[in-house]
Design a protein around this ligand. Sequence first.
Ligand code: T1G
Length: 699
Amino acid sequence: MTELVNLTHARDVAIVTIDNPPVNALSPGVPERIQSSIDSASKDPQVSAIVVIGAGSTFIAGADIHEFGKMTSGEKPRRTLLPILLAIEDSPKPVVMAIHGQAFGGGLEVAMAGHYRVLAPSTQIGQPEVKLGLIPGAAGSQRLPRLAGVAKAVEMCAFGEPVRAQEALALGIADRIIEGDLLSGAVAFAREVANRPAPKTRDRNEKLANTDPALFTAARDLAHKTRRGQPAPLAAIEAVEASTKLSFEEGCAFEARLFGECLFSTQSKALIHAFFGERTVNKIPDIPKGTPVYEIRRAAVIGAGTMGGGIAMNYANAGIPVIVKETAQDALDRGIATIRRNYANSVQKGRYTQAWMDERMALITPQLSYDGFDQADIIVEAAFEGMALKKQIFSEIDAIAKPACILASNTSTLDIDEIASATQRPQMVIGHHFFSPANVMRLLEVVRGKATGKDVIATSMALGKRLRKVAVFAGNCRGFIGNRMLGPYRREAEFLLEEGASVEEVNQAIYDFGFAMGPLAVFDLAGLDVGWRIRKEFKHFEKPGVRAPRISDRLCELGHFGQKTGRGYSRYDENRRPLPDPETAALIEQVAREAGIKRRAIGKDEIIDRCIFALVNEGAKLLGEGIALRTVDIDIVYLNGYGFPAWRGGPMFYADTVGLEKVLARIEEFEARHGSDLWSPAPLLKQLANEGRTFANYE
Ligand code: T1G
């Protein structure tokens, strides 16, 4: 077993190397070994200074997040790094932290306990704990304001975004940027400071003085606005504020108390579930590591519409040349103009440079023919959602594409096997379901057909990462994971309207639950006509005599497609702000009358339970059928594709927090009232609830 921390020497400079792959997390034994290494170096008369550095790709990615679950379950006592960091800070010899890759969370806290910090140019440092529903727990909220100033410390701790090396230097967190070899640069720096008094961060109070309390109020307002429903950002602001009012020791004790409250919160468990979930979904049991993958050097996209354009941008952003094919010049021009506008907006917002934009645009080749498609390593079809058209396109590209070319469809609902049947190479056909806007939304559903090859799946999952997407594997069924679950969710939102809730009540309830937008507002944004066309395509699947939502169809028959027509469930003003629409309300009453439904007052809890448990129940069916591999896959789909609040962990994680017995009882109540065609509990949900188990331990 490799040593977690090694102590070596470069003549008079001791080098403490942290070696805990993959990211040098502060797992049990690591902080202790760092301290003991510094202790023995401090006592060594030959040693004039100490350098601490990380082996591998990073300095320290923070505390070992795996340990938190053990602490909150009582399996392990809570550990604190505070005394170890004080000991490092009290080292009689200067300690230089040599940082590359990331110094995140506990990693930055270790770095700030050192006397100096030297950074490689591409380094990122940060306190991202709030993204895990936590706050710094090892004096980060006390040492960071002393180095970076209070305002920046509040921003970094409350919102969790990292800063780059140059900014860290400008802020005073870093003492030097080392170009070239970091270790030798750090050793040279250590020799420079060896005979100087080592500055202890905890004693550097000058940046705490005269802090304007208004900055805490402003930060709280911003947290309420942008981190709605999440206590951790507010706790982080409180902790940094304490640094301006209390002594260092009192501030650390105050931080530790707030940290403890966050650690044992459901929100933190949900966000940690999401953190590991994003890493777990990449692993597919029957696609072992080492499965051969195809190299993707050139791509081609069919369709320059909303989806096609966004997909092409993903490839260009990853540096992959991409052809975009359309059938008509005006459609092609419109598509390319949208791409250009999207990039120009990002340049205007300072996210990218004009040069970067020009490079991206140069990678995109718009055309009306299949020229060059025979060179593509992947072809992504993003045409109209109709089976006949997709099969025609697949038979055409099957005839042109080279044998090792992957043929992917961006269909959001259609049968991958039927699409593949239009080709001679079904093993190369796969679903790549992007989410609108495709250049922004992180989710990519990778859908396996019966014949899809393991190499094609492995390539798709790796490509997902390269396109900076969270790729989730899904089996082939109508709507795959996300849209299949969205069906019952939308159904219930509409039924609640028929039964008495207003559009505003339904949207508000789900908004208050934590979604960025209520369901009806989302459908108005996406365009009601999209779902309408799909429902027509699947009309033959409707079960006669089973109640179906009618309002959206009626609105579409009136040409009210949502925001794009200024009217849908709501009416929209010139700034696209939603307003109650009395005519829609009248239409809803008419639909209810026609269906013989007596409308009643409906409370928020019922709205939430019917919409969310509809997701949960369908999710449990998907799990039982093996369409979704794991519970967490469903959660990651909903967090990254449907705006489910991350701090609730996803529909399945949320169901576990409610308790599956309660969820089942509520669903059985709905079944009794609305019938089993709509609400028959998923067999898996019944089984787990009856066995007192959870989705989390169902694997
Ligand atoms: N603890 C445990 N495992 C970790 C980890 C961590 N901190 N960070 C990453 N891993 C695992 C990850 O699950 C994956 O495992 C592998 O490492 C590679 O990660 C006291 C309370 C550093 C930017 O929030 O943001 O410190 O899937 O796929 O894309 O105040 O990992 O291979 O089995 O993400 O190159 C604060 C979390 C903790 C940073 C690298 N720190 N990590 O990204 O690789 S709380 C964080 C990241 C804390 C203190 C507090 C990223 C990364 P597997 P990866 P990557």
